[in-house]
Structures are given as C-alpha cells and as structure tokens.
Design a protein around this ligand. Structure first.
Ligand code: ADP
Ligand code: MG
Ligand code: MG
Length: 260
C-alpha cells in the first residue's frame, strides 16, 4: 500500500518582484487505489502543487513535508521521485527535439524499472499501449511531442504513465484543450491503467487536477477537494464536484486569501 502524504506545504516561486508564496499550507493524503480530484480556478496554484511534487527547480519549498511511504520526497532528485513511483502528467508537456518517442519511452522505463525491459516484450507492450490510446504507430519514431497537437501531447502523457506504471500519478489538467473524443480516449486510458494496476497490485493512487468537472464524468473520484488561494479550502465526496458544476468557485472566492 503506497501513501503520498502532503503536510502543511508552503511553496514560493521567484518572480521579477522577488519571491512570491503560491502554496500556503496544503494538506492531502493520497493512498493506493484512491482517486482524488483537485478542482480550482485558474491561478490558484494547482500546477505549482504538481511541479513541487515532481521536483521542478523553480518551485521552492519553504516549509512542510511530502512523504511517499514515509520516505522524504522533497529530499529526492527528480528521477529518484520517478523511481519511487511518482508520476506527473504535465499541463503543458514539453517538446524534446532530437529524441524519438520510442527511445524516450524505453530509456524512461529502464530507469524507472531498474532494468531494460526485454526487447520483444517491450515492443509488444508499447504497441498495445499505443493502440489502446489510438496513437498512430508512426508517432514512435517522431521526436517527443515535437509538433504534436494539444490532444496528441496529452495522449503521450497517458502512454508514458501506462508504461512507467507509477504508484501515485498526478495528472495536471490532462483534460484541458481536449475535444470530446480525445477526452474519452484519454479518460479511458487512465481508467484502463487504474484497472490494470488494481489487477496486479493495490491500484494506483490518482491525483487528478482539473479546472472543469467534465472529466469527472469519465474518471470517478472518491474524494473532491476545492483548491483556492494556494490551499485546499474544502473536501468532500463526488457530490462536491456536482455543486461546483452548478455554482462554480464563487462560494469559495477569497477563502484562501487570508492565509498567512
Ligand atoms: P493553476 O495551475 O491553478 O492555474 P499555477 O500554479 O500555474 O496555477 O499558478 C499559480 C500562481 O503562481 C499564478 O499567479 C502564477 O502566475 C504564479 N506562478 C506559477 N509558476 C510561476 C513561475 N514559474 N514564475 C512566476 N510565477 C509563477
Ligand atoms: Mg492555469
Ligand atoms: Mg495549472
């Protein structure tokens, strides 16, 4: 059983006007088999939370703790976090010119699994995963995300997740910019990995960051958290998402503003 524990996390970024506190005391526990949705308005710090968990150097943790099964995540390098079982699907996936998708995936899988997957098994695995996500096999030889559409990039993120098999997956607005078909394909990809991870173990813990409720029609959260002003201001069950659907974030406006 894997548990990601975030305790009173404060994070600053350095802006032109000096350091600015973005996360103001985030508390959250995500365990194997659970799906948590974090919902909040633009600019509330959702991506900052995702980047901080992944270890992006621009985001400075000023206080608080993050542990995975008791291990200090904040003390780990970015790749150690991946090896420990953390995965981040980025809101804006980066293009990597000069690196083919197939090379990238194999290198990443080798690093995370600790050994190179046997080649014939690997080829089959990648092919199946690409077919599942309706990705053209020709994409394997294209450079990572280079010239990919928004929807294609999001599918690549889910492809990576299904091959890297994380214990805890943080999906940052994997739904944004997708049309209905792409949203369905990406959501089915997440659900397929959730099911596969349950079959082979305790199930992935998912932290689904989103601005809109529509992805929650496909990926059912067990817990919903409202994120405003750099922290969670309310938590509940799936019904909380329905409330947000009808009344938006107005009720929570300013809720995070008075934070120290
Ligand atoms: P969300 O993902 O909820 O839209 P973000 O985490 O992207 O929010 O941003 C939260 C706030 O932090 C915004 O005001 C944004 O401008 C600021 N911010 C985030 N990252 C940086 C950065 N690298 N440099 C400067 N400001 C940043
Ligand atoms: Mg945003
Ligand atoms: Mg964001």
């Amino acid at each position: 059983m894997a548990t990601l524990e975030i305790r009173d996390l404060h994070v600053s970024v350095t802006t032109d006007d000096g350091p600015q506190e973005i996360l103001r005391g985030v508390n959250l526990t995500v365990s194997s088999g659970e799906t948590h949705a974090i919902m909040g308005p633009n600019g509330s710090g959702k991506s900052t939370l995702a980047y901080s968990l992944a270890g992006h150097p621009k985001y400075h943790v000023t206080s608080g703790t993050v542990t995975l099964d008791g291990e200090d995540v904040l003390a780990m390098s970015v790749d150690a976090r991946a090896r420990a079982g953390l995965f981040l699907a980025m809101q804006y996936p980066v293009e990597i010119p000069g690196v083919s998708t197939s090379n990238f995936l194999r290198t990443a899988a080798t690093a995370v699994r600790g050994e190179a997957p046997p080649i014939r098994k690997w080829v089959k695995e990648v092919k199946t995963a690409m077919t599942d996500l309706e990705i053209d096999p020709a994409f394997a030889e294209r450079n990572v995300n280079e010239g990919f559409s928004g929807g294609e990039k999001k599918r690549q993120e889910i492809l990576q997740m299904s091959l890297l098999r994380p214990k805890i997956a943080v999906l940052d607005e994997t739904d944004s910019g997708l049309d209905v078909d792409a949203l369905r394909i990406v959501s089915e990809g997440v659900n397929r990995y959730k099911a596969a991870s349950l079959e082979s173990g305790e199930g992935v813990g998912v932290l689904l960051i989103t601005h809109y409720t529509r992805i929650l029609r496909y990926i059912k959260p067990d817990h919903v958290h409202v994120f405003v002003g750099g922290r969670i201001v309310e938590s509940g069950g799936p019904a909380l998402a329905d409330e947000l659907e009808t009344s938006g974030y107005v009720r929570f406006a300013g809720a995070g503003a008075g934070a120290p």
